[in-house]
Design a protein around this ligand. Structure first.
Ligand SMILES: N[C@@H](CCC(=O)N[C@@H](CS)C(=O)NCC(=O)O)C(=O)O
Length: 291
C-alpha cells in the first residue's frame, strides 16, 4: 500500500492550482515519489477528468508543468493534469547513474523483470494503478474513471503503450509529441529493454512497443501523434513514427481519424515544439474526456 500524500508546494495558475506532492511508493519499492497535479477550479463541487502527462528522458515531474504550456487550455476545458516522475529515485540499482538514457530519469514506463531492477523500476504500475489510487484516496476533486494520456519522447512511447495495453481500457485517448514509436527497433529502446527485461528486446517488443501492440488491439482507437522534421532524434532514427503509421495502416486504423500521425515541418525535439501543439492535444483529449 502506498503511504499518505504530503503537499510540498502549491501555486495558483490559470484559474487552477498546481500542487506538488510526495508519498512513499509501494510500486517503486517503498522509495519516496513526487508528482505534480494541476486541478482546475470547477463550480458546484464538480470533479475534473484526468489527463496524464508522461515526460521524456532526463526529466522529472517538473519539465512538462513548467514548459509544456498546458494550463490555459486545460483550465478552460476543465481538465486536471497529472505529471508523474520518469523513474524511481535513489533505487541504488546497478548502472542507474551511468548514462542519461538508462536508469534514473529513464524508467521507460515498464515493469522491470530483471531481478536487479524489478524491486524499484515499476513505472507501469506506478502510473496505471498506484497514482490513480493515491489521488482517489486523498479525496481530491478528480474523476479517475475518466482518464486520457499523453507524453513526449520516452513519455510519448509510454502514453501509446499504456493506452494500447491497458486491459481495462483505462484511457479514452492517447497522444504523443515526438514519441519513441517503435522502441524495439531503435538504440534507446534496445538499451532499455535489454537492461530492464529478463527477456530483453523480444519481451519489450511483445509488451511495450506501440508499433507491435497496435496489431493486438480490438475496437476503435483515438490516437494523435506529432513529430518535427527538424528533430535530431527523429533524424537519428530514435523515434520511427513512420513505422507506427505503417503498422496503423496494416492494422486497419489508417483512416486519418482513429490514428493521426502529423509531420510538422522544421520543429525540433524541445518544449518549444511541445508548447506549439499543446492546445491541439488538450482539445483532442477534451473530446473524449468531457462526455
Ligand atoms: N541529455 C540529452 C538530451 C535529453 C533530452 O532531449 N531530453 C528531452 C526528452 S527526450 C527533454 O525533454 N529534456 C528536458 C527538457 O527539455 O526540459 C542530451 O544531452 O542530448
Amino acid at each position: 500500500m502506498a503511504g499518505p500524500i504530503e503537499k510540498l508546494s502549491s501555486s495558483k495558475v490559470f484559474e487552477g492550482e498546481l500542487i506538488k506532492y510526495k508519498f512513499k511508493s509501494a510500486a517503486l519499492g517503498d522509495l519516496d515519489a513526487q508528482f505534480n497535479l494541476f486541478i482546475p477550479f470547477l463550480r458546484n463541487g464538480a470533479k475534473a477528468p484526468l489527463l496524464v502527462y508522461l515526460a521524456g528522458l532526463t526529466c522529472t515531474e517538473d519539465n512538462g508543468a513548467q514548459k509544456g504550456g498546458f494550463f490555459g487550455v486545460a483550465s478552460a476545458q476543465g481538465l486536471a493534469i497529472l505529471f508523474p516522475d520518469t523513474s524511481p529515485r535513489g533505487a541504488g540499482a546497478p548502472g542507474e547513474e551511468d548514462s542519461w538514457d538508462f536508469g534514473t530519469g529513464a524508467g521507460f514506463y515498464v515493469n522491470a523483470t530483471k531481478p536487479e531492477y524489478s524491486k524499484h523500476y515499476n513505472m507501469y504500475t506506478h502510473i496505471t494503478t498506484e497514482l490513480p489510487e493515491v489521488i482517489k484516496a486523498a479525496g481530491l476533486p478528480i474523476d479517475t474513471t475518466r482518464q486520457s494520456i499523453f507524453g513526449h519522447s520516452m513519455g510519448g512511447h509510454g502514453a501509446l503503450v499504456l493506452y494500447l495495453s491497458s486491459k481495462s481500457k483505462q484511457y479514452r485517448s492517447a497522444s504523443a509529441f515526438a514519441p519513441i514509436a517503435n522502441p524495439s527497433k531503435c538504440p534507446w529502446g534496445e538499451k532499455a529493454f535489454s537492461g530492464y527485461l529478463h527477456g530483453g528486446v523480444e519481451e519489450g517488443a511483445k509488451n511495450y512497443d506501440a508499433t507491435e501492440l497496435i496489431f493486438q488491439h480490438k475496437g476503435p482507437l483515438h490516437i494523435l501523434v506529432d513529430y518535427g522534421t527538424g528533430d535530431n532524434f527523429y533524424k537519428q532514427g530514435q523515434l520511427l513514427p513512420e513505422n507506427f503509421l505503417k503498422a496503423a495502416h496494416d492494422a486497419g486504423y489508417d483512416d486519418g481519424v482513429q490514428v493521426r500521425v502529423r509531420s510538422q515541418a522544421d520543429y525540433d525535439h524541445s518544449y518549444y515544439f511541445i508548447s506549439t501543439f499543446a492546445g491541439d492535444h488538450i482539445h483532442f483529449h477534451a473530446n473524449f474526456l468531457k462526455v
